[in-house]
Ligand binder design. Structure first.
Ligand SMILES: [Zn+2]
Length: 131
């Protein structure tokens, strides 16, 4: 079964010159894009399969899922850091995570979906994560 859907990468803006600060969707794909598939602790680029989302301030200690608190970490660094802050773990971030400022109006794209499982995996990458 083949069907076609339009996957909005970002929220559509109605007022072009007033870009809201939350314009870029907080999604897995965009976090990977922002961090350039690079572990923010060791600088490694092990490939997307080996990268995870790390909460800088751990979730168990009140850390939120936001642009400023989520970075890519390789499996090894994620395991090593565990439920600690970068300071406690002595694992400084290579750079402070920020909300991207890409131009959202040009970020739409069409995605051809060939199967439900591919659709689900597309959703895995593009769905807005809970903050
Ligand atoms: Zn690492």
């Amino acid at each position: 079964m083949t069907f076609r859907i339009r996957v909005p990468e970002v929220i559509t803006l109605t007022e072009y010159d007033r870009v809201p600060s939350n314009a870029v969707t907080f999604s897995r794909r965009n976090i990977y894009k922002r961090d350039r598939f690079t572990c923010q602790y060791c600088g490694g680029q092990p490939g997307s399969e080996e990268l995870t989302l790390d909460h800088v301030q751990p979730r168990s200690r009140g850390g939120t899922s936001t642009w400023e608190n989520c970075v890519l970490a390789c499996l090894e660094c994620n395991k090593r850091k565990a439920d600690r802050t970068p300071t406690e773990a002595r694992m400084p971030l290579r750079k402070a995570p920020v909300r991207p400022t890409w131009k959202p109006l040009y970020a739409r794209h069409d995605v051809r979906i060939e199967s439900w499982s591919k659709f689900l995996s597309e959703a895995y990458w593009t769905v807005e994560l809970d903050e």
